[in-house]
Design a protein around this ligand. Structure first.
Ligand SMILES: [Zn+2]
Length: 255
């Protein structure tokens, strides 16, 4: 690994930490920028060494040092995801697109972290995935834009139709418009042929997560159960983007 690649993986830990804290503040409608991180139970301001990704969580065994309230899994999980996104990019990003790839992954992680908490995919983040995708096309694939624009239209159109159909059949919202916007923005990256694999991974992982949740909380999923779909679209989008470009030897070795 080059120095830049190691830097990206370490930066991924810090960015994961920032995304977890930012999504938490977004969900509580607090400012993203100002204010120090606090224990959510006893309101004590955390010291700098309590904010070191992963290590602080392991040392404190996942509890606040003052009130011993559990800190929860979201911060170490998001920090690890931020680093794994960079690891995946280092091994699988298309040639010359390492930086574009990690930025895409971290944007998708932020969308997932917010959607898990709020069932919302903010337009600003969806737009960032779209604009970064346009920049990627202009930079690396200037002649392939028709296939990628078709992917964007197909991704948005498919989920938009599902959203409208669900509402007219069931009389309530099933999918949010944000899901359609996200799949549209991802379609710009993965192209028209990438949409079906993204939806397949999103559906399977979303269903697996819903089953896992219902087992843990030992209750059946009802028709009213709310499950955020955005995180699974984001996961599928990143995996498909990486696999489309994965070196043949890597894919060949797995087959
Ligand atoms: Zn505390």
């Amino acid at each position: 690994m080059t120095t830049y690649e190691i830097f990206l993986v370490l930066a991924g830990l810090l960015i994961g930490s920032a995304i977890d804290a930012g999504a938490d503040r977004y969900a509580r409608e607090e400012s993203w920028i100002t204010g120090r991180s606090r224990c959510r139970t006893c309101d004590r301001t955390l010291n700098w060494y309590e904010l070191v990704p992963l290590a602080s969580w392991v040392i404190s065994r996942g509890r606040c040092r003052t009130c011993h309230a559990p800190i929860g899994w979201s911060s170490p999980a998001t920090e690890l995801a931020g680093a794994l996104i960079a690891v995946g990019a280092v091994f699988c990003a298309p040639p010359g697109l390492l930086t574009f790839t990690v930025l895409l992954g971290w944007l998708l992680l932020a969308l997932a972290a917010i959607d898990f908490r709020t069932f919302l995919l903010p337009d600003g983040f969806n737009a960032a995935v779209l604009v970064l995708g346009l920049a990627m096309l202009a930079w690396a694939r200037p002649t392939e834009w028709p296939l990628h624009f078709a992917g964007g239209a197909l991704g948005f159109g498919l989920l938009w139709i599902v959203e409208l159909a669900y509402r007219s059949l069931r009389g309530r919202d099933g999918l949010g418009r944000g899901d359609a916007k996200l799949l549209g923005a991802i379609g710009l990256w993965v192209g028209a042929y990438g949409i079906a694999p993204v939806l397949l991974i999103a559906s399977l992982s979303g269903i697996a997560a819903a089953l896992g949740l219902s087992l843990r909380e030992s209750k059946m999923l009802s028709r009213q159960s709310a499950i955020a779909f955005g995180p699974w679209i984001a996961l599928g989008g990143y995996i498909v983007w990486l696999l489309q470009a994965a070196p043949i030897s890597l894919v060949g070795g797995a087959l």
